[in-house]
Design a protein around this ligand. Structure first.
Ligand code: KG4
Ligand code: ZN
Length: 371
């Protein structure tokens, strides 16, 4: 899988046996940096597949007291831990700067202040250490997480379902760097809907997905027939109506009427009602994702289907997709579903192979970057 890389021949030189003969190749080590939201992360990945280190400093506890991510608090926290996190990534990988072949950094989409800290760090390090720099789309990272620690690789063309706290997208990849968007959410992202419903149900102020999945275990997923949204474009998504339907149902059960504040409702609900609401919501949200993925699969006939982003950790989604799609479905390893820098370094490797570096002076943050 390693490719000679004449443009930046500074990597760790290794000898590889290929088909019985001995060949020389570079093992290309990319430092990934990720700060698009509330995780400060750095990682070293070899040849786009082998993780040498993967350091993630989460700010979840910091933001929990505010009930969600506060952009200014996130940016300040990134500043405090960014360099120690990069240093830890190098020391855990047991390598020095001269073994690094390039720096890949998320430049969008994400929170402006957070992206600025990561990109400024990467630009400065690229200048100081004389390394090529690669500006990476965070969403592409969620797809390329599937090349990491994976027994089998996705085959082109593949269909990617990217489902996170900020995005819900279906994308067809014909080759590396050659993809187009098929559909996306018109309002809330699916992870955002999980997070908001978890807050309504009093389950978790942050990271609602795992909390909903846990509560749903004891619930009846047919207790409430929540509606599935219809969109003009069949591969687009909409989750805001589903979230509101859960709130209205919860308010009705709580007996407080539609004016009852959403943060009060859960106090009047029984554990069973909360579990039933969580299970019914989760069923409809996951069925929507699965139905859309199957529609895209039937239209585009991909060789593989790839699932990435925080919501890809959802077990019901994994079970349903594996059951209903008759070709290999690649699920990101659960520890790599949420934001990390290994996935950014994995994309960076392919940028390096294609020599798509950017001058540190030219790299800009793009908070609304799309696929
Ligand atoms: O990819 P990610 O770490 O951040 C963004 O790029 O947005 O995704 C975070 C999202 C959150 O909304 C979280 O609730 C959701 O992923 N999530 C889950 C699960 N684990 C995390 N959603 C559903 N089920 C899960 N098990
Ligand atoms: Zn993400």
């Amino acid at each position: 899988m390693s490719a000679p890389y004449p443009q930046h021949p500074v990597g760790g030189f290794s000898i590889l046996a290929i088909s019985g003969s001995i060949g020389y190749t570079f093992a290309m080590k990319i430092l990934g940096i990720e700060t698009s939201c509330d995780e400060t992360a750095a990682s070293i990945v070899e040849d786009g597949e082998t993780i040498l280190s993967n350091v993630v400093a989460s700010q979840a506890d910091l933001h929990a007291q505010y009930g969600g991510v506060v952009p200014e608090v996130a940016a300040r926290s990134h500043i405090e831990v960014m360099l120690p996190v990069v240093e830890s990534a190098l020391s855990e990988a047991k390598i020095e700067w001269d073994a690094i072949d390039g720096i890949a950094v998320t430049h969008g989409p994400g929170l402006l202040g957070s992206l600025l800290i990561g990109t400024l760090t990467a630009r400065t390090l690229a200048e100081l250490k004389h390394k090529p720099l690669y500006g990476i789309n965070h969403l592409e990272g969620h797809v390329y997480a599937n090349y990491l620690a994976a027994d089998t690789k996705p085959q082109f063309p593949y269909l990617a379902l990217i489902i996170s706290g900020a995005h819900t997208q279906l994308v067809i990849f014909k080759a590396h760097h050659d993809y187009h968007l098929l559909g996306q959410t018109l309002d809330d992202a699916v992870g955002e809907a999980f997070d908001k419903v978890a807050r309504i149900l009093g389950l978790s102020p942050t990271q609602g997905g795992p909390a909903i999945a846990k509560a749903a275990i004891n619930g009846n997923d047919r207790a409430f027939p929540f509606p599935k949204a219809k969109t003009d474009q069949k591969l687009d998504f909409s989750f805001s109506g589903l979230k509101t339907a859960v709130l209205r149902q919860a308010q009705e059960l709580a007996g407080g009427g539609f004016r009852m504040p959403s943060f009060e409702v859960h106090k009047k609900l029984s554990q069973q009602q909360i579990s039933d609401l969580a299970a019914s919501f989760q069923r409809v949200a996951i069925e929507t994702l699965v139905d859309h993925t199957i529609k895209a699969y039937e239209e585009y006939h991909p060789k593989s289907v790839v699932i990435g982003g925080g919501v890809a950790a959802n077990q019901l989604l994994r079970d349903e997709l594996a059951k209903r799609i008759p070709i290999p479905v690649h699920f990101t390893a659960t520890n790599l579903c949420t934001d990390n820098a290994a996935m950014i370094a994995a994309v960076g490797y392919h940028y390096a192979v294609a020599d798509k570096s950017i001058s540190p002076a030219r790299l800009r943050v793009e908070p609304t970057l799309s696929m």
